[in-house]
Design a protein around this ligand. Structure first.
Ligand code: NAP
Ligand code: ZN
Ligand code: ZN
Length: 347
C-alpha cells in the first residue's frame, strides 16, 4: 500500500480538511503517479456538497491531476518512471461496449469509473481524487503530458480543457462561425481560448463587468454583459453556437434567443436543479440544445498535444491545500481567475 496525504470532505456541509489514505499496490498494468498539481473544478464543489445527490464520504475530490510517474507495473508499455503524466475525470470503464471501443469511455454503457466519488470496478473500494499526493491508475486511463508547458497550468486541461475542446470539435467550430461562451470561469476561459484558436469569432457573455478586459486578453473579440438589456437585445439571432458553462440555475431562454436559425446551444455546465425551456425557443428557428461530457482518452491526448503545439494552457492561481475552502467560496461568487490549482507539496 502507498501511504498518501489528502484533503477530504467528510460530509456535505463541513469544510474540507486533512485526510490520509492508502493507494493500492501496483497491478501489472498500473502506474504510480506522484501528484504535483490538481485543478479545482466546480464539479468538485457540486459533489463535495452533494448538490447532484448520491455523494460518497469521505470524499477526496480532484480530477485535474498532473505529476510524475515514480513506478510502473511489470506489463506497462506506455510509460516509464520519470515521465510526466495526467489523469482526468475517470480511471476505468468497461472496455468492451461500443462507446469504449470507439474511445468515448466517458459514455461507457456500463458507466465510467469516476476518479473520485465512485468505486473501483466490481468492488466496494472507493476511488479518491487528486487533492492528494499519490495516485495509482491503469495505464490505459493515463495521459502523456509535455514538458514544454508550465505543469501547474496544464492540470486544468484534464477537465476544463477537454470539456470545452471536445464539443467545439464535435460541432466543427472554425473560421466563419460566431461562437458565444456563457460564463467566464474555469471552463469558460478554456472555451474562449479554443474557439479563438479554431478560428471562430468569439463573444464572451458574462455577468461580471470586471472580466471584460481579461476576456479580450484570453482571445474573445467581443464582450456582452448579460445584465445589459440593450446589448442582449441587439445580439438576438447573432450566434451559430453558444457554449453554456454556467454552474448555477439560470434562464436558458434568454440565451437561446441569441442563436441564429439552426443555431446550437452546447450545455456543459450542470446546475443542481432542472431549468424550464420553452418549446417555442427551439421550434421557431429550428434551434438545438446538445449536452457534452468531458472527452475520451484518445481525444484528451489529442487536446493535450494540441495545447503543447499551440502553447495553450490555463490561467491559474496556485493555492495551498488549506486554502481550498476559501477557493470554493470565491468560485461560488464567480471570483476565479480562472482556475485554482492546488500545489500538492502543501499537503
Ligand atoms: P466556475 O469556474 O465556477 O465558473 C462558472 C462561471 O459561471 C462563473 O465564473 C460565472 O461566470 C458563471 N455563473 C455562475 N453563476 C451564474 C449564474 N447564476 N448565472 C449566470 N452565470 C453564472 O465553474 P467551472 O469549473 O467552469 O464549471 C462550470 C460548470 O460546468 C459546473 O456546473 C461544472 O460542474 C460543470 N462541468 C461540466 C463538465 C462536463 O463534462 N459537462 C465538466 C466539468 C465541469 P461570469 O462571472 O462570467 O458570469
Ligand atoms: Zn471537472
Ligand atoms: Zn464501456
Amino acid at each position: 500500500m502507498i501511504a498518501t496525504k489528502a484533503y477530504a470532505a467528510q460530509n456535505a456541509t463541513t469544510p474540507l480538511g486533512p485526510f490520509t489514505l492508502d493507494r493500492r499496490d501496483l497491478k501489472p498494468n498500473d502506474v504510480h503517479i506522484e501528484i504535483r498539481y490538481c485543478g479545482v473544478c466546480h464539479s468538485d464543489i457540486h459533489q463535495a456538497r452533494n448538490e447532484w445527490g448520491g455523494s460518497k464520504y469521505p470524499m477526496v475530490p480532484g480530477h485535474e491531476i498532473v505529476g510524475r510517474i515514480v513506478k510502473v507495473g511489470d506489463k506497462v508499455t506506455k510509460f516509464k518512471a520519470g515521465d510526466l503524466a495526467g489523469v482526468g475525470c475517470f480511471v476505468d470503464s468497461c472496455r468492451s461496449c461500443p462507446q469504449c471501443a470507439a474511445g468515448e469511455e466517458q459514455y461507457c454503457d456500463k458507466g465510467m469509473t469516476g476518479t473520485y466519488n465512485s468505486f473501483e470496478r466490481g468492488t466496494t473500494t472507493p476511488t479518491y481524487g487528486g487533492y492528494s499526493n499519490n495516485i495509482v491508475v491503469n495505464e490505459q486511463y493515463v495521459l502523456r503530458v509535455s514538458d514544454k508547458l508550465d505543469l501547474s497550468a496544464v492540470a486544468p486541461l484534464l477537465c476544463a480543457g477537454i470539456t470545452t475542446y471536445s464539443p467545439l470539435k464535435h460541432v466543427g467550430v472554425g473560421k466563419g462561425h460566431k461562437v458565444a461562451v456563457l460564463g467566464l470561469g474555469g471552463l469558460g476561459h478554456m472555451a474562449v481560448k479554443f474557439a479563438a484558436s479554431f478560428g471562430a469569432e468569439v463573444t464572451m457573455l458574462s455577468g461580471s463587468p470586471s472580466k471584460e478586459a481579461d476576456a479580450k486578453k484570453l482571445g474573445a473579440h467581443n464582450f456582452i454583459l448579460t445584465s445589459d438589456k440593450e446589448k442582449m437585445a441587439a445580439a438576438a439571432g447573432a450566434f451559430d453556437f453558444i457554449l453554456n458553462t454556467v454552474s448555477a440555475p439560470h434562464d436558458y431562454s434568454a440565451y437561446l434567443k441569441l442563436l441564429k436559425t439552426n443555431g446550437t446551444m452546447i450545455v456543459v455546465g450542470i446546475p443542481p436543479t432542472p431549468q424550464a425551456i420553452p418549446a417555442s425557443d427551439l421550434i421557431m428557428k429550428r434551434k438545438t440544445i446538445i449536452g457534452s461530457l468531458i472527452g475520451g482518452i484518445r481525444e484528451t491526448q489529442e487536446m493535450l498535444d494540441y495545447c503543447a503545439e499551440h502553447n495553450i494552457v490555463s490561467d491559474v492561481e496556485v493555492i495551498s491545500a488549506d486554502y481550498i475552502n476559501t477557493a470554493y467560496e470565491r468560485m461560488l461568487k464567480g471570483d476565479v481567475k480562472y482556475r485554482f490549482v492546488i500545489d500538492t507539496k502543501t499537503l
